[in-house]
Design a protein around this ligand. Sequence first.
Ligand SMILES: [Mn+2]
Length: 393
Amino acid sequence: MKIAIISDMHIGYERFRSDAYAQASEALVSASKVSDAIIIPGDIFDFRHPKPDVIAEAMGLFRELPVENLSARVVEYDGLRKTYTKLPIIAIPGTHERRADGDTDPVDLLTLAGLVVNVNQGRAIIEKDGERVAIYGVGGVAEERFRETLNRLNPTPLDGLFNIFMFHQSVYELLPFSNDFVRIEELPKGFDLYVDGHIHNKVEMKCHGKDFLIPGSTVLTQLKDAEQEGKGFFVYDTGRFTHSFEEIKSRKFFNVKLKIDGKEPNEINETMENEIVRIKDLEKNPIIRFELSGDLKQGFKNIDIESRPHKDDKEIIVEVSKSRLNNGAQKDVEVQEGISNNISIRDFGMSVFISKLKDSGYALSDPISLFDILSSEDKKENVLRKAVDSVLD
Ligand SMILES: [Mn+2]
């Protein structure tokens, strides 16, 4: 059986809304043409409370998929919710969709609409031509709860069929930052394939001697080195135990590191302009991030470096990071370390937030929701009101 693995589509992602939609669509449509089933390890949506137009966008994508080639069928289901389709599109909620236990998350909505099968804390068996594949899923939970969740659920493979374990967490080997992150050897044994979401770049590793695959997001979200790779999805062949990566058309990202030692702002501005022109020759509509480091020439200020060079050109997106400049912007060693450890700013901020909460002896059942509320771009008074509500909840 050929199984496509598509992850972290982040439909509704505000910064690159049309990219998120177009690239999710391309991945789903291409996957449905070349595979017998599709599995999705989380973050279909960018929010746990997507607006109706975002839900409609996602529903439209699944509703209009060319499913004729998706020839496997769901033949058994044992999970938290009912299921309303036999089509082999199997998903779990990710951290962006996670809600309190028992509450309806957006993946439940897609499930109710008969568009996907939610295997959060449960299992589906799909079948094609007599071959059976079992997919056991654990939706994203707060990192510090993942071990206890595994202990409680005790996922075990079934005899005589191909078993996939699908989850949505950080793993310590990739982000050696918090002991809350599960280690690969702690994942349940005996499965034939391990599939993880959450991490937004492509990863191919081994777990208990079997393939451990993370396809990465289909949309750019983090503007860091690893996201310069092409986006896409895996297709795993359960008969041959092999996989391939199918690239999709995606807006390309260029992370340009500039050492600016002893230069004046004018020279740097000119260098950035030239670089933008060079990249535009290579790639239409690029996203370019300049990462500046070092010291400016004595007597000059960081503020005179253009924050948005080439700003009249609406086809490109340019971001200038000055946080590694030595003078001017205040350096925060911890943040620098977090970034160089290849953790997303959001994950890093969240770990700091959770460790500060712990230090203060404040036990919250769902610190991640509070973090998301506090870091949302809503009006300040709304943020405060929601934060207070959530703490008193
Ligand atoms: Mn994600």
